[in-house]
Design a protein around this ligand. Sequence first.
Ligand SMILES: [Zn+2]
Length: 294
Amino acid sequence: MSFNNVAANNKIIACVSGDINGDFENKTHLKEYLDVLGKYNVKATFPTTLDVAENYTDRIKLILKNGHEIAGHGDNHKIFKGGSLQEQTERLRKMMAGFYDILGLQLKGFRAPWTKFDKNTHDALSNVGLKYDSNIKRLEIMFRLPYINKKNMDVRNYQHIKPFLKMAAQLYNVSQKTSKYPYYILPNLIEIPVLGYSDYYLISSPKGPKYTKFDNEKIGAVWLENLKCLRNSGGVMVIDAHPGFFSPDYLGALDYFIENALKIGATFKTLDSIASEYMEFDPTENSQVEIYTT
Ligand SMILES: [Zn+2]
């Protein structure tokens, strides 16, 4: 088993993704979230469940009007993993038809509810003709070790242990079969991995650092630190920043991350445009796609 990195170029591509499901109530300050993106002219991707799009159609239209992408996040927020191929295919069909009916939207990609998927999920995505999946976790730095599980960026000797944390992350990525660039998981389906540290992990999880709204720069710094690991190799990093969870209290983290990511030369793209860019290339011949071989 090996990664055959065929001279991937040095581009650093970042993507802001914000899942929208049942927590997307009117208390979510969507406009303020979109304003942060607009300030830097960043286009983001919002994986959205069909039931929420039906209940909050005007808010989804506002997202589209601002030039962002809506991706699929299920017909509802129930777990796909464990469902038969037929069940999962039918749920995806229902989701796609629903988005087309209410918004005239042709979905291009998918993130599974709770990011829980299995082989049937990938086969179902391929069956319905979606072109990308963005579920598999990827880490550039492994923070989740016993001795740095709290306030992990504040550990005094962090700089000294960083090389080991990077090595641990690489081992994790090999075991998860992920790549820094999008890669094919089926002949017509590309995977765009998402950063292993979700907003939920950083803010709410009892296992995480439990950053509060006064720690916005620390959240932004965790994301940035992971992005900086791509500086020599290039690669794609997708962050998770749910509008229902993030706005308004944690928008400072998003602002901090985008501002500093741009400073180190990152380009922000939607998942759809990342998928299109990488699917244009034949992975067996072209140099821009990192190929996973067994
Ligand atoms: Zn979700």
